[in-house]
Design a protein around this ligand. Sequence first.
Ligand SMILES: O=C(O)COP(=O)(O)O
Ligand SMILES: [Mg+2]
Length: 221
Amino acid sequence: MHPILNDIRLVSFDLDGTLVDSVPDLAVAVDASLGELGLPAAGEVRVRDWVGNGSLKLMERALTFAQGGPPDRELLVRAHEAFLEHYGRDPGSRTCLYPGVRECLDALRARGLTLTLVTNKPFAFIRPILAQFGIDQHFSLCLGGDSLSQKKPDPAPLLHVAAHFDQPPGACLMVGDSRHDVAAGRAAGFRTLAVPYGYNHGEPIRDSQPDALVDSLAELV
Ligand SMILES: O=C(O)COP(=O)(O)O
Ligand SMILES: [Mg+2]
């Protein structure tokens, strides 16, 4: 086991960019929504840098790109509704589990740790994606970006999870791919572990100074 797991009882995983590469499906839904509004497609490479602050922010970034400036509220609401509809129709067919994820989850559960999922993705999409890979049963609690009034980088979702399972934050680990995961984990008093292969707005995750960094979640176990 990786030394960062010493005395850890609960692990909170990020979803997009940490457990699954979901950008191919996100990009299709973003581009379909832009197209419906008569705007040009953004493409997967751009969408990759826009994921991490939830679906509303994703569409705000997409509209800002497509129109060359920030959208007004009404357009943003329409675009977001279109995104939720398109993504909801097919949130997983192009999405893959990253290497090492399944082994990591199996081993941590076998060790008796409580596993939770804290994503900024809307809650409704979490279970279908986890179920598609048969890993939904590993998670004792899942929170989406719309589950509480605050989302990462705010520590509230992590503090909620720790309190729910009656664990002190020092016995908890946040595992994620973005600076928002590291910031939320640090602010909550969790230990932080990052992976470099996900989505971090084009920046190296090392710059966020997580407590540990692994190339694959298989290295954790
Ligand atoms: O929906 C997002 O913006 C990203 O979600 P994540 O928190 O699972 O990376
Ligand atoms: Mg992420």
